[in-house]
Write a new protein. Structure first.
Lengths: 287, 224
């Protein structure tokens, strides 16, 4: 299951890892709004505090020290007809934005934040236009997305709750950007399941409950060990060690891909509750 | 006030692998969006024919005018592929295929197909092109594989309730719930006098008139 050589498998030769608690951010919201030069008051929209000006908006997540910036005056589908900036320029502009707004741990926080952003990929925001009277659709690259991931203790933060993206508009402006973050605080150590047990959990999961060797074939393409983070809207106060399994399942009718997360540490829900650990066994995770 | 319907499949009865979070995902949308709830069908009560046009395909038992095409916004959560989205009950052939679909000729404005690869870029207009859009404004889905996760429907609804446009709400909900390797996608139609780019949920901002005879289709995709 683990290709060799693989940092994932090397990681799993250890059975004990540091455990990390998570704390909500205490960054002053209004100072961030001022930094983005948004002329609007913050309003409470439940999961977010939103400052929405004429030109741009800032959403500050209530559950985590995460935020998203959106330009409201730029077209997302290439109406200006300008070409996208090249990847190198996009990365340079994105690094500048991160240095200004989100690369380094916030010194105002009492806790350590997750590590520095690591460049993950540069991707295109593409639009295809098909008009009735034209035979071939037109393709336009209307933005360049610079995507960042985070690692902590040499392990990746998996899932959607710890990442950053800066979208560069053809005008070179940052049209959209977010930084989804978690504040980490060491709380002891945790024992990790063996590789055999993890594979057993995955093979015994609900995914395969109704298929057999005669009716389906599963293929695993990649496995990563890391810390699972939930969406930035969701409270969690402990990092969840997990493996991420990507692959495909072929049945008689179809072949389709899957992404699954398997809990790498044993956890008893009652014990977790007694320790006031929120979301220690989320639906996303195969227990 | 807008009307809402959801369908979801967790138990595929051996036709596909099972899923774990589609019920939570679809019902999160159903129970959070400000609107009138009309139908919520899951597992063996979710059928491909609920999305298909009567008289199209073989068998041609489509009933979309009673279900999918009789509300304003539908959310489907289950397996998918570029050829369609998949069900666990084989009444018809358990696949809702674009060749058997015309939406919006009765009511439907927006549909979220929360399933892998449905709006895969290559050949998207050949699969989900002109015949599908009979007044429908937009299809929200994915260019790539996506996770079996429980929160996206609720977050989509909450972004819509907060007044973001339909396409912005979808992109934000996908960014909140997927890693950067996943790519969101949408397909929308426009015609002279329509503006589906700026569509909002009913009661939350402008809503375009229906592009009954669309003259242009826009496909967009990007990293989550």
């Amino acid at each position: 299951m683990c290709p060799s050589p693989s940092p994932t498998c090397e990681s799993l030769t250890r059975s004990r890892f540091s455990a990390y608690g998570l704390t909500p951010g205490d960054r002053e919201a209004s100072s961030l709004v001022r930094a983005f030069e948004i002329d609007a008051d913050l309003t409470d929209a439940g999961l977010w505090m939103i400052a929405r000006g004429e030109r741009s908006a800032l959403e500050l997540y209530a559950a985590t020290p995460s935020f998203r910036y959106t330009r409201l005056d730029l077209d997302d589908e290439g109406a200006s007809g300008e070409g996208a900036v090249d990847g190198e320029t996009a990365v340079r502009l994105a690094e500048g934005w991160l240095n200004q707004f989100g690369a380094e741990p916030d010194p105002s926080l009492r806790y350590r934040t997750q590590g520095k952003p690591i460049l993950h990929s540069v991707t295109n925001h593409e639009v295809l236009i098909s008009e009735r009277e034209r035979r071939e659709p037109r393709s336009m690259i209307v933005g360049t997305d610079v995507n960042y991931a985070f690692e902590y203790d040499g392990l990746p933060l998996l899932g959607s709750g710890a990442k950053a993206k800066i979208s560069i508009h053809p005008t070179s402006a940052v049209s959209n950007a977010y930084r989804f973050a978690r504040n980490l605080d060491p709380v002891g150590t945790t024992t990790i399941r063996s590789t055999d047990e993890l594979l057993e959990r995955f093979a015994g999961s609900h995914l395969f409950a109704d298929v057999t060797d005669e009716t389906a074939r599963a293929r695993v393409d990649s496995v990563r060990f890391g810390w699972l983070t939930l969406p930035p809207t969701e409270h969690m106060n402990v990092l969840l060690p997990a493996i991420e399994v990507r692959g495909s399942l072929a049945t008689e009718a179809q072949t389709y891909d899957f992404i699954k997360y398997v809990a790498a540490a044993r956890a008893d829900e009652a014990e977790e509750k007694a320790k006031w650990r929120l979301n220690a066994r989320p639906g996303l995770l195969i227990a | 006030m807008g009307t809402i319907g959801v369908e979801w499949v967790q138990k595929y009865n051996g036709l596909q692998g099972n899923l774990s979070n589609t019920k939570a995902q679809a019902e999160g949308f159903y129970n959070s969006l400000s609107g009138t709830r009309r139908f919520n069908w899951g597992d063996d009560l979710a059928w491909d024919q609920d999305f298909e046009q009567l008289g199209e395909g073989s068998p041609s038992a489509g009933t979309d005018t009673t279900w999918a095409d009789d509300v304003d916004f539908v959310f489907f959560s289950g397996h998918g592929s570029p050829e369609g989205f998949l069900f666990g009950k084989k009444l018809d052939d358990a696949v809702a295929k674009p060749t058997e679909i015309t939406w919006g000729d009765r009511q439907l404005e927006w549909i979220a197909l929360d399933a892998c690869n449905v709006l895969q870029r290559d050949g998207v207009f050949e699969r989900w092109g002109w015949p599908v859009f009979g007044g429908l404004h937009m299809i929200l889905s994915f260019h790539t594989t996506t996770g079996d996760e429980p929160d996206r429907g609720r977050l989509l609804a909450q972004y819509l309730n907060a007044g973001w446009t339909v396409r912005q709400a979808w992109i934000k909900a996908c960014q909140d719930t997927e890693g950067s390797d996943t790519q969101w996608a949408y397909l929308r139609a426009d015609a002279p006098g329509t503006d589906t780019y700026n569509d909002h949920w009913w009661g939350k901002g402008t809503v375009s008139s229906d592009p009954d005879n669309p003259t242009v289709l826009y496909y967009a995709r990007g990293a989550c």
